[in-house]
Structure formats: C-alpha cells, structure tokens
Design a protein around this ligand. Structure first.
Ligand code: GAL
Length: 499
C-alpha cells in the first residue's frame, strides 16, 4: 500500500502435523524390514493404530501429538503411539503400545513395548516395523524388533480407521527438495503462486500453504480478493487446491476496501476444525486514506484443511488494535495468537507492542492472558522452538518496503520472558529485502531444519511479489541465514544437502 503502515504482525504458527490414519506406518513408515530398532522411525507412524503419520503424528517436532491419541492432530497420544510423553517426542519413549511416528521412540527415545525406535532410539521389545520403514538412524533393534511385513500401523491403535482424512499408508514420503529462490515460484498449472504473507500446516504427508492471493492487486494496493491454499508433498510442487476464503464467503467480505492479510491455520483436535486467523482491516474506511483504521483480527473455520472456510467474526482481541499476526500451537494443543498493536492504535504510523494472546480451547477467541513486549515496534513475527527455547523473527514497520528482520529469544515460553535485544541473521544483518512470514520446521530422522520463509514484496505490483526461503543454521548460540539462490534438503533426514 502506498501509505506505509506500520503494524502488522506476523504470526507463525507451527505446523501441527496431523496424525494419519491407520495402517500407516507402512510404506515409509517405520521400522522396516531392514531396520534396526523396530520401526518408529523417521516418519513415524505406525502405531498401533496408526497414528503416526508422516512426521505426522507425533507432531512435527513436538512430540507426540497434541495430546491425544492418534488422530488428526495427534498421534502419539497418551497411550497411543508414543505414549505418555508423546509419541516419542524428542526425548520421549514410545508408549506401551506406541507406534512409530516421530513418535514412537523419539529422537532419543526408546521404543515402547510394541513400538519402534526413534531416530536414535532403540526398538521396542516386540516392535513391528513397516514394510519399508526403518528403525532409528542409530537405533538398536529391540528384542524382536525388526520391522514387520506390514508395518506398524496397528490394528488396534487409536487413530486407526477413517476419520482423519489421511489415506492409509501415506506416511513417510521420502524425497529431496530443491528450493529455487530465483523462481519461478509457480504452481502445477504454471501460474505464479499467490500465497503471500503465508502460513504452513502439515497434514499427514502433505504441506498446505495458505496466503494472500494478490493476483488482482496489480499496483501497490493490497485490498482483499481471496485467500488461497496450495498443497505439496515435497515443498516444491505446489497444487492450487482452493481459494478457501473469497469475497463470496460471506456478504461482509464483499467490500472493495477490505484487507485480509497474513492468514495462518492450525487444527483444533477437540472441535475437529481447522481454524484460520488473519489480519482484518479497512472495512470501515476507504482504501485511499484508510490508514488501516480497523486494526482487527478475523477468524474462519473449516472441517477440512482445504475446504471453503466459514467466516466466524472479526474483532479487536482484548480490545487492542491488531495488525500483522500469527498463530503458535504447542504440542498439548494450547494455542496462541500473536499480533502487533495496542489499545487505540488504529491509524497510520508506527505501532508498538506485540501481544501474545492465549486462545480459548475452541481457538475462536482470546483469553485474558496477554503478554507484551513493551515498546517493541515490530511486526511480521514468525516463531520456532528448539530444545525448550523459543525464537521469534520479525521485521521493522516499513509497509511494503523492506527492512532487515531480526530475532528475539525466550527461555520460558511463547509468552516470554523474551529478551529485548534483536539479533540479525544474515551477513551485515541482511534478510535480502524479505519480510518474515513463517518458519517451517522440517522434521527428519537425523535433524530438524527450520526454514525461514519470507515475502519479497513488489510494492509497485503486489501480484508479482515473490518469496525467499532459506534454511536457518545454529552454531549453538546464534541463528543465521546465508543467502542461496538454490539449495536442497533431504525431507526424510531433515538434512540440508546443498546450500
Ligand atoms: C506491512 C505488513 C504487510 C502489509 C503492508 C502494507 O508492514 O507487514 O502485511 O500490511 O505493511 O503496507
């Protein structure tokens, strides 16, 4: 937009991997005939009842799924694959009937009684493995653990059966992805991917990319036309699945001035709904001089990840102005909306304060709890969490014009305490004219790689805006990005192979 707005938040959620259906485990699942350690493994699943899922159950890097039992979001539930500490979470152990998954066995875990080993875990005593799966990378076979012929998807597990929308046996697509930052960033029909200010969600073996469709925004005005959803199994080949929110979604969206930006989606395991939060603005003011006069959040829901989302409501969370925003979801299902803005900040100019709102259990509204970075004048936050520490990368507030993103660290939780010193990530603190929108965790059998996903805005023609994705590196103290026009990652191991 021509008037630089300050504000906007970013959000980044986490990819909550959704558990997969029964029988998985198989294919690439866990434990394999040749594995050691029983299944488990890299992409998990396997669980007695399937849970597991491509990285899935078990949750991306979060262990064991949200809290439950296999299912759509989880796997690894309390007794499910994974067991008490989550299907194998990072340090967890497989549950008594745990199935594989990132789960069973976790990175350092031990397979459960019938489960599978984790990437460095040990197979369980009777673990079953998937047909082609494998035990942990460094795992040890369990007493009987050598993978079974048909995988560890279990017959009795939780999560088995229909209902989670994941095709059986889809766990563990092993492939390599080469990200080409010089483009073209096209979908499978050859059209430029229109998913700006985007967010990502992994369901079974598929990544979904939600973002602003700016096809019709051929100048610097970013008024709303649609929110798109693309799907990919390899992070490179993106199929346009649906315009999940359009001007026809609800009469209130048929407004030429409206702005909806930075959509992010997470799955609510208890309501079984996909819930989208985004920035809502300019409903009540014209595009020419609106100055983002509303500064609100908007919520949409859908029972399917790429279906037509239903408009729920728009409002100022906690009575605060709210611009750039993102979502964050913990393995236990607790979720947060993070957004920039405070009470009364509803006009152009610099916003201050980033709020972290815990969501109610249905994810449709915020609870009272808020935490603030006082005097923080940032936006476009994207978060990632490693070994109990939280990191949030954000930009300054310069509208569509680029500035250099930098990150903060919290040693407590997503609500803080955050340090107040921003650290740059690239050479000379550069982020190569990009603005953060999301951090994508790629959970592999050997490591988890965190991909910085940024927007490269074209302020003269927003429809031509493109993207910059780079893998973060961590030296034990500091996170860094190195520019690479083209780089590759092994999606099975999580290891960046060329940079
Ligand atoms: C940025 C924000 C974008 C968009 C833009 C409009 O600050 O991050 O999402 O709102 O301003 O100028």
């Amino acid at each position: 937009m021509s008037t630089p707005r300050s504000h906007m938040v970013v959000l980044s959620a986490l990819l909550g991997a959704v558990g997969c259906s029964s029988g998985k485990g198989g294919a690439s699942g866990q434990g394999g005939a040749s594995s050691n350690g029983g299944s488990g493994g890299a992409f998990g699943s396997g669980g007695v009842v399937g849970s597991g899922g491509a990285i899935g159950s078990g949750g991306v890097s979060r262990s064991g799924g949200v809290s439950s039992t296999g299912g759509l979001t989880s796997t690894g539930g309390v007794t499910g694959s994974g067991g008490v500490t989550g299907s194998g979470g990072a340090t967890g152990s497989g549950g008594t009937i745990g199935s594989g998954g990132r789960g069973s066995g976790g990175a350092n875990g031990t397979g459960g009684a019938t489960s599978t080993g984790g990437s460095t875990g040990t197979g369980g005593t009777t673990s079953a493995a998937g047909a082609t799966g494998r035990g942990g990378a460094n795992g040890t076979d369990g007493a009987n653990g050598t993978g079974g012929a048909v995988g560890s998807g279990g017959a009795t597990g939780i999560d088995a059966g229909p209902g989670n929308g994941c095709p059986a046996g889809d766990a563990g697509v092993v492939t390599s992805a080469t990200i080409n930052n010089t483009g073209p960033w096209n979908d499978t029909t050859g059209k430029h991917i229109q998913a700006h200010g985007g967010g990502f969600l992994k369901v079974c073996d598929t990544w979904y990319w939600f973002g602003e469709d700016k096809t019709l925004n051929t100048n610097g005005t970013g008024n709303f036309h649609a929110i798109s959803c693309y799907a990919s199994k390899d992070l490179v080949t993106w199929e346009h699945r649906n315009s999940v929110v359009t001007t026809s979604t609800d009469p209130i969206l048929n407004n030429v001035n409206l702005i909806i930006e930075r959509p992010k989606v997470i799955y609510n395991a208890s309501t079984k709904m996909y819930v989208m939060w985004a920035h809502w603005d300019m409903e009540a003011c014209s595009g020419a001089n609106g100055g983002y006069c509303d500064s609100e959040a908007v919520v949409f829901t859908s029972p399917t990840v790429d279906g037509n989302y239903k408009y729920e409501k728009h409002f100022q969370p906690g009575g605060n102005a709210s611009r750039d925003c993102t979502l964050w979801q913990e393995p236990d299902g607790t979720a947060y909306f993070v957004s920039t803005g405070a009470q009364g900040q509803t006009s152009a100019g610099t916003f201050s304060q980033t709020q972290v709102y815990q969501l109610a259990s249905d994810y449709l509204t915020v609870q009272n709890t808020t935490k603030i970075w006082a005097n923080d004048t940032r936006e476009a936050y994207a978060f990632w969490k490693v070994s109990g520490k939280y990191y949030g990368i954000s930009s300054g507030q310069t509208g569509w014009a680029p500035n250099q993103a930098a990150y903060l660290t919290s040693t407590g939780s997503i609500t803080g305490p955050w340090n107040t010193s921003f650290t740059g990530v690239g050479v000379n603190n550069s982020t190569w004219s990009s603005q953060p929108t999301y951090v994508i965790p790629i959970v592999g059998s050997q490591t988890t790689t965190y991909i910085y996903a940024g927007d490269l805005w074209n302020s003269n023609n927003l429809s031509l805006s493109t993207y910059l994705w780079l893998p973060f590196t961590f030296d034990g103290t500091k996170w860094s990005l190195v520019y690479s026009a083209q780089w590759s990652i092994n999606l099975a191991t999580g290891v960046v192979t060329t940079n």
